[in-house]
Design a protein around this ligand. Structure first.
Ligand SMILES: C[S@@+](CC[C@H](N)C(=O)[O-])C[C@H]1O[C@@H](n2cnc3c(N)ncnc32)[C@H](O)[C@@H]1O
Length: 254
């Protein structure tokens, strides 16, 4: 089963929108906010169940094209965005993007670090942008996630990415329960665990599950992220550290 299909299982199971997703999205696009999206034509690459397209649509975006490479994710996103006439959801691979100079904003949140060919995907995203358009990419950082790389990645690589996804979902309950109790009691350590302590149990379980299923999950240092972007047709590349300290938000102009 491919990573996309494994994520499809996740988005089929966790398809409901939750108000906490708004805070999460604002963290991922740091330091941009709601006003930035007003009237813009936006591409959401690897949209999952559509939770990141949902907020710009609420905030008055011009239009959104969201796509994912799994049919169950696409079905969940279609359902979540059905009320918006200015949204469309497509089944497509990021590698097959054929738009050129089309969008004011191309965003891809939590996708690029799971891809076998991240540079190619980024090149396609940049091509889809209009000149002067904005690229927004959020990826896992190495900094702040050293413990995941050290303790979780070996389990994911050697075991959970190979097991049936239903079984991993069941196992994720037993990993999540102690974590959830810990963050509820200690409200930390650090900003990310503090944020987790505000989430419901199912949300924490979905995050643990998400960590355990993919074949590929890169945790990049700031320098590695800079290298990924340096050959692209971009200017004004900013690599920002969002408040919860567990990723990099890259914002750049074409
Ligand atoms: C961790 S999920 C993030 C989903 C969404 N961006 C979010 O933040 O809720 C990664 C997503 O990337 C999608 N994906 C993986 N490979 C892809 C590809 N080649 N083209 C498009 N989407 C892809 C997966 O299907 C999955 O929905």
């Amino acid at each position: 089963m491919s990573s996309e299909a494994r994520f499809g299982y996740e988005w089929n199971k966790y398809s409901a929108l939750d108000p906490n997703y708004e805070k999460q999205f604002i963290n991922w696009i740091f330091p941009l906010g709601a006003d930035f999206f007003k009237g813009k034509k936006v591409l959401d690459a690897g949209c999952g169940m559509g939770r990141n397209s949902y907020w710009p649509l609420k905030w008055g975006v011009g239009e959104v094209t969201a796509f994912d490479y799994d049919q169950r994710s696409v079905a969940a996103a279609k359902k979540n965005l059905a009320d918006f006439k200015n949204a469309r959801v497509l089944f497509k691979s990021i590698y097959e993007i054929s738009w050129q100079n089309e969008f004011d904003v191309a965003m891809s949140i939590g996708v690029i670090h799971h891809l076998a060919e991240p540079e190619l995907a980024l090149k396609k995203l940049v091509r889809a942008l209009k000149p002067g358009g904005t690229l927004i990419v959020w990826v896992y950082s190495y900094e702040g996630n050293e413990w995941i790389k050290k303790y979780v990645s070996p389990i994911r690589k050697s075991l959970t990415s190979k097991l049936s996804v239903g079984l991993v979902h069941w196992l994720s309950y037993f990993f999540s329960l102690p974590l959830w109790l810990f963050v509820k009691i200690f409200k930390g350590p650090g900003d990310y665990f503090q944020q987790l302590s505000t989430f419901k149990f199912w949300h924490v379980q979905s995050i643990v599950f998400d960590q355990l299923i993919p074949e590929v999950a890169n945790y990049w240092t700031k320098d590695e992220v800079r290298n990924l972007f340096k050959e692209l047709e971009l200017t004004d590349i900013k690599i920002n550290r969002p408040p919860n300290n567990c990723g990099w938000t890259v914002i750049a102009k074409k």
